[in-house]
Ligand binder design. Sequence first.
Ligand SMILES: Cc1ncc(C[n+]2csc(CCOP(=O)(O)OP(=O)(O)O)c2C)c(N)n1
Ligand SMILES: [Mg+2]
Length: 374
Amino acid sequence: MTKGDAGPEPELVQLLTPDGERLDSVTGPDGTEYRVDFTDEEYRGLYRDLVVVRKLDAEATALQRQGELGIWASLLGQEAAQVGSGRALRPQDMAFPTYREHGVLYCRGIDPIMPLGLFRGVDQGGWDPNEFKFNMYTIVIGAQTLHATGYAMGIAMDGKTGTDDGEAVIAYFGDGATSQGDVNEAFIWASVFNSPIVFFCQNNQYAISEPLERQTRIPLYQRAAGFGFHGVRVDGNDVLASYAVTRAALDSARLGQGPTMIEAYTYRMGAHTTSDDPTRYRIASEVEAWQAKDPIARVKAFLEKQQIADAGYFAEIDDQAKREAVHLRERVLDMPDPDPMTIFDNVFPNGSPEIDQQREQYARYLASFEGSAH
Ligand SMILES: Cc1ncc(C[n+]2csc(CCOP(=O)(O)OP(=O)(O)O)c2C)c(N)n1
Ligand SMILES: [Mg+2]
C-alpha cells in the first residue's frame, strides 16, 4: 500500500474506523488484545482534548504568520496519536518529546503558553521536566531516544519498575528519526538492558520533504524485531487505538517486560514547519485521501451515532477551544523580551571563565550602541 491509499493495512491496530464505527477489541499479530473501556464522560473528554489541541495549534500557526513566533511546528493531523498516547501515560511515567508534541504536552497538564516562549525565542521552554514528567523539547533529531533510554535504565536500576504502579518511559520521534544512529543505538541499549521504555514513532510519512520510502523498505514497526523487542503498528488517526496500544506497551514496560516500539501510522496534514512549503514535494490528492481519515471527524461521528454528545456539546467545545486560543494569543503578545545579557545565564550550572569572557565582550558590544540612533 502506498501512503496515498485510503484503506487500513492488515497489520494496523484500529478500534475506531474513519466512519466512526467502533470495534470492541482487536488482537494484534502477537496475540495481545487491545480494547478500551471508557465512560461517556471520558469519550467526550478525548474529543475535547482533540479539538482544543487542534485549535491551539492553528492559533500558533497564525501567530507565526503575523510575526509573533519565529517558527512553528504544527501537529495538524497527528492529534489522535498524541492525545491517545498522552492520555495513556500514568502520572508517574516520564515522556521525552521532539519539537512537535504539543498534544502530549497538553495532556501532561503543562500550560500551552510554555512552548510558545521557545518558538518566539524569548525563553528555553520554561516548564520543569521533573514536575510534569515531560522533558524539554528536543530539536536534534533522535537525541531524546538516547536520553530516554538512559533514564529508563536508571529507573530500572533504582528499582522503580516491576510492579503495577511502577514507572515507565516513552520516547517520541518521527519516521525520519529512525534513520539516525542515535535511535538505533537507543534501541540496542534498551533491548539488551530490557529497559522499561516505549518507543513511540509518529510515522507522519515525511521527514521535511523526504518521503517514507527514503527511510525504509519495510514497515517501520518491523524494525523492532531485529533489535529483539516487540513492534506494533497502530492507526495513529484513531485516538482509541492509540490509547489502547500505548497503555498496553507502558504497562508491559512498567512490569519489567522490556521495550516496545509503536509505529503510529498517521499523516502530517500541514507543512513540516512554517518555514516549509509542502506543495513543492507532495500532491493534493494524497492530502485529500488522508483528510478522509481525519482523527477528529471520526470521534465526532462516533459520539453522534452513540448519542454520547449532541450539537449543543460540540458547540460548547468549539467555544471553549476558541476561548483558550484567544487567551493564548493575549499572553503571547504580552511576553516580555528578555534582557539580551541573560543569554549567558543557563549555559552551565556554575558558569565558566569562557562564558564570563563572552559575556563581557557582548556587554561591550551592546554598550557601543549607546548614544547612537539605533
Ligand atoms: C541531527 C539533526 N539532523 C537534521 C536536523 C534537521 N531536521 C529537522 S526536522 C527534520 C526531519 C525530521 O523528520 P521526522 O523524524 O520524520 O519528524 P517530523 O518532523 O516529521 O515530525 C530534520 C532532518 C535536525 N534537527 N537534527
Ligand atoms: Mg516525519
